[in-house]
Design a protein around this ligand. Sequence first.
Ligand code: SF4
Length: 282
Amino acid sequence: MIETFPTVQSMADSTVDKVLKTWEGAGYYSRARRLHALSQLVMLPSADGGFDGSLPSSYTALLSLPGIGPYTAAAVASIAFGQPFACVDGNIKRVMARQEAMMEPSTKEVQFWADEYLVQDRPGDWNQALMELGATVCRPQKTQCDRCPVQSSCKGKATPTAYPKAMKTKVKEVSLWTCVEFDRLGHPILSQRKQDGLFGGLWGPQLHEGQAPNPTGEQIFVGKVKYKLSHRSMTVHVFMSAKMTSEVGHNPSLVAMSVLDQKVIDLIKASEHVIPLLGQEG
Ligand code: SF4
């Protein structure tokens, strides 16, 4: 991302499609779309509600930008601009819960704790140190209390993994199917997904929710693709059309696609059924 968009201006001048293509495979695509929106807003003149090309340094102004919530605003304000704002992320919540031996601290309680201990003259270093402590020492499992620099103040060190109470994530099973058509060059027919939905702004074959239909003579069942997101476990039944379409398809390497959609196309390409169709690559 940094090589492709070395400046805010370079991203603002780009299309959102190019930003999504560069972000491809990283997941959480709404972040890429918001980052692009942020770059365009920052580049606007202040008379038009923008920031004249400079990222604002105040916490409140940062919070007003697309894609920036309290955590990112505090991280940027403290790390980039040395302002005294305490970050709260999952790592810091775990360190706090163990230090205070609390099962279910609320976000407000964690923020209060982080604000209280913030080292005012080096807030960026402090925030990074605390996040790093959670990521490398006070880990969810295999906690390394024996090398922890704050073990003397820790109320939960006898049973660290008891804090905070593990949250159960409900994972929804989703069944989908798709029937991919190819043009005469062997390119699949893809469409761009709605910006506000799953894989918003990315390209892929049309996915239908529900049980896969029985294949007709024109649909060839190729196989299944399984894919997991944090709250969804998806199984896609993949069919391909036995007939070549007169529509013009898309070269998958030129459009931004999710890993799931790429897997669907790869499955078809690897199948024996596709050989007569994919005579030439354009
Ligand atoms: S002593 Fe153990 S549980 Fe307490 S903060 Fe350090 S690593 Fe975490």
